[in-house]
Design a protein around this ligand. Structure first.
Ligand code: SAH
Length: 257
């Protein structure tokens, strides 16, 4: 019997992996990895390690979750060390809990190795803090994935009123609907919004606007997945930092001479 590590690979920049995750990859006999995992990390695997792609792309499931669960149990029983490598954190929209449950039910030992989640790291690389002493005392991580015709799976009304920063994953396809939904809950049209695409990678792209304008801005900029939507006053920090970097904050420089 081996052990299965449910590992967070971090948000994109391969250096944003934890030491523990890296050690697990280097020691693994079998690695089952997802689409959003930076391929550079797989080069850390032993040459003889067995690599299995379990990728899912939006709208297309290469492997069902049941198949992945079954494979994890199978490899967990025969390999000494198995890594299930997922983008970001395995327990943030990563279905890691379902895999842990399947392993526990099959009596296979497992361990969770948390990772840096995209919803915090991508905004951070764009100078957007999800909390801020004066701008935001709370944040929520929300799924923007809502199938047409199905009952709403998110409490938009409560989120709009009670949480300062909303970080929405998997929301690009539904961007217009999400903005309209929040406006309906009386979130101001002037509320700042940023979208960070491919955050923490060399291809990172950030656009900003407001709840009223972001849809057009995102369309004009051809924003694509993977991207996180950040809604709230903290987005103003991105604009401020851009300005400070551009002007070099002359008033401050004077202070320090
Ligand atoms: N477990 C992952 C999330 C998986 S859900 C984590 O903790 O980060 C997939 C969603 O994550 C994407 O639709 C997108 O919203 C977000 N995402 C993943 N990587 C991203 C990146 N590099 N930049 C921006 N968003 C990203």
């Amino acid at each position: 019997m081996g052990k299965v590590y449910l590992v967070g690979a971090g948000p994109g920049d391969p250096d944003l992996i934890t030491v523990k995750a890296l050690k697990a990859i280097q020691a693994a006999d079998t690695i089952l990895y997802d689409r959003l995992v930076n391929p550079e990390l797989l080069r850390e695997a032993k040459p003889e390690a067995h690599l299995v792609y379990c990728g899912k792309s939006p709208g297309y499931h290469a492997m069902t979750q049941e198949t992945i669960n079954r494979l994890l149990v199978k490899y967990g029983r025969k390999s000494t060390s198995v890594v299930r490598l997922k983008g970001g954190d395995p327990f943030v929209f990563g279905r890691g809990a379902e895999e842990a449950e399947a392993l526990a039910r099959a009596g296979v030992e497992y361990e969770v190795v948390p990772g840096i989640t995209a919803g915090i790291a991508a905004p951070a690389y764009a100078d957007i803090p999800v909390t801020h002493r004066t701008l935001a005392r709370s944040f929520a991580i929300v799924t923007g994935h809502q199938k047409k015709g199905e009952p709403e799976n998110v409490e938009w009304g409560h989120l709009a009123k009670a949480v300062d920063t909303l970080v929405i994953y998997m929301g690009i396809k539904n961007l217009r609907w999400i903005c309209e939904r929040l406006l309906l809950e009386e979130k101001a049209a002037s509320t700042p919004v940023a979208i960070v695409q491919q955050g923490t990678t060399d291809e990172q792209k950030t656009v900003t606007g407001t709840l009223g304008t972001i849809c057009e801005i995102a369309r004009a900029a051809d924003i694509q997945n993977p991207a996180v939507i950040v809604i709230g006053d903290v987005v103003s920090q991105h604009t401020l930092m851009q300005e400070l970097k551009a002007t070099g904050a002359p008033e401050l420089q004077e202070l320090y001479v």
